[in-house]
Design a protein around this ligand. Structure first.
Ligand SMILES: Nc1ncnc2c1ncn2[C@@H]1O[C@H](COP(=O)(O)OP(=O)(O)OP(=O)(O)O)[C@@H](O)[C@H]1O
Ligand SMILES: [Mg+2]
Length: 283
């Protein structure tokens, strides 16, 4: 915990040194601070070729169903994820945000399940390019939920040993995954490194995604995400209904708001949902 507090203090000092306003206690909805990414000159035929060259995702519907990837097929179960997708698109387009981190105060709130479901929900929409990247480098699990066994890990892409072209898995024509096959030995250092930032920029330039969604570790687990949250445009906080106390959600919102924009809070695993399924949203 102390390490996290120290890292937060350092991040806060850096933001202030850089001339940024100190973050205020967030209110809902938080005031947007658009940080549009520099748009590289795009060679669109090359981008299409890059997408086409990615290895296809191996679909195992029974495995997905067992792991609560209910949005793999359209229908009633997919509705909450389709709604979340639409809200994310709206917020991202309104604010010019492209990099979206999915974070939670504590373990097990449903981040990875949400990311997996969003990928299928975006794939059905077919008009946006989406990259779903597992950057929970300590306890990666997106590959397990999706039933994939990648030969490399995103840590190999971030440290420049493997190109995303050799690693990414394409779902349909416009969604791709960057998965892991094992934990990385040095997640904090890697996520902080210049190589990792450049590698992500290269992926962005080569695949021109409209959105990049990052599954990251919970705030309480480590300080990995404190470095990483500073280079995304916004974060969605996932909280588990009846498991995450309100004070933990408030605290997480404050921590995240010091590092990036809070896009919204998703209350997951609601037993008595207001909508069709076990989701509720606060934006
Ligand atoms: N909407 C939901 N309703 C019921 N169970 C859910 C829901 N979303 C996720 N779960 C279950 O909660 C457990 C944790 O989910 P998941 O691994 O997605 O969480 P996480 O936040 O990524 O965890 P970690 O912090 O360990 O990475 C899993 O067993 C998953 O099937
Ligand atoms: Mg997870």
């Amino acid at each position: 915990m102390e390490r996290i507090q120290e890292a937060l203090a350092k991040a806060r000092a850096q933001r202030q040194k850089g001339g940024a306003e100190p973050a205020e206690t967030p209110v809902s909805p938080p005031s947007p601070q658009p940080q549009p990414q520099a748009t590289p000159a795009l060679n669109l035929p090359a981008v299409d070729e890059n997408w086409a060259a990615l290895a296809p995702f191996k679909l195992n519907r029974a495995h997905l169903q067992k792991n609560r990837v209910v949005a793999a097929e359209s229908g009633r179960d997919a509705v909450p994820y389709d709604l979340l997708r639409t809200k994310i698109i709206h917020q991202a387009q309104t604010n010019g945000w492209k990099r979206v981190a999915i974070v939670s105060p504590d373990m097990g709130a449903g981040k990875t399940t949400t990311v997996a479901n969003l990928a299928f929900s975006f794939e059905r929409q077919r008009d946006m390019r989406l990259l779903c990247i597992d950057l929970d480098l300590r306890r990666p699990s997106l590959h397990k939920i999706l039933g994939q066994a990648p030969g490399h890990s995103m840590s190999d892409v971030l440290d420049g040993h493997v190109r995303f072209a050799e690693h990414g898995l394409r779902l349909g024509n416009r969604v791709a995954f960057g998965l892991n096959n094992s934990p990385a030995p040095n997640p904090s250092e890697l996520l902080l490194s210049r190589e990792a930032r450049s590698a992500l920029e290269r992926v962005e330039a080569n695949y021109a995604p409209d959105l990049m969604i990052f599954d990251i570790s919970p705030l309480s687990a480590s300080d990995d995400n404190i470095a990483f949250l500073q280079i995304v445009d916004c974060a969605v906080i996932i909280a588990a209904a009846e498991a995450t106390p309100m004070s933990r959600i408030d605290n997480a919102e404050r921590q995240v708001a010091e590092l990036t924009n809070v896009m919204g809070i998703v209350l997951n695993k609601c037993r008595y949902p207001s909508e069709a399924e076990s989701y509720d949203y606060y934006y």
